[in-house]
Design a protein around this ligand. Structure first.
Ligand SMILES: [Zn+2]
Length: 176
């Protein structure tokens, strides 16, 4: 899919009742100015112990749940194996089982905290398939609401302020 340039028609898009224009500008600026992180962002966060700052919601035996810092929608989270691999087929069965448990738990928490009307759930494997972190497989859980914007065309430019991410983290953390 061709990437669409950001334009005025996206700036009037509503984001849970808040104009996205108010949401993305400051965050986008810090994103543009920010230094590119060295190494694998998932492996770095597994090793740190700053879960709230890192937006980690839950740590399982062999996988963890983390909010996406550049979400397609509010509450967009990812289920990530602790093992660094780009090959889903090489994940141990126990890890896949752990991820399934975390998926159900995530859907339950999202329903309780945000009452979405539906979900998009899936893996983007490989850069050509849209994987943002192609070296470390991860499963996306994207809550959806009636009338929300189809996230695909605006994927590259969707961003929210850190404050909203922290509010969402707290609401979901309580529901986990
Ligand atoms: Zn990794």
């Amino acid at each position: 899919m061709a990437r669409l340039a950001p334009g005025p028609r996206y700036r009037t898009r509503h984001y849970n009742g808040v104009l996205s224009e108010h949401l993305w500008a400051p965050w986008r600026l810090s994103y543009i100015k920010g230094a590119k992180e060295e190494g694998c962002i998932f492996c770095t966060r597994i090793q740190r112990s700053s879960d709230q700052e890192d937006l980690i919601l839950h740590r399982g035996e062999s996988a963890f749940v983390i909010l996406n810092a550049f979400p397609y929608s509010n509450g967009h989270l990812m289920i990530v194996p602790n093992l660094h691999t780009d090959a889903l087929e090489l994940l141990p069965e126990a890890t896949m089982a752990d991820m399934s448990r975390l998926l159900q738990r995530s859907v339950r928490a999202l329903k309780a905290a945000l009452s979405p009307g539906g979900f998009n759930i899936g893996f983007n494997i490989g850069r050509c398939a849209g994987a943002g972190v192609p070296g470390h497989v991860h499963q996306h859980v994207v809550p959806r609401w009636d009338g929300d914007t189809n996230f695909m065309p605006v994927l590259a430019d969707t961003a929210v302020m850190p404050e909203l991410l922290q509010q969402t983290w707290q609401a979901l953390k309580a529901a986990f």
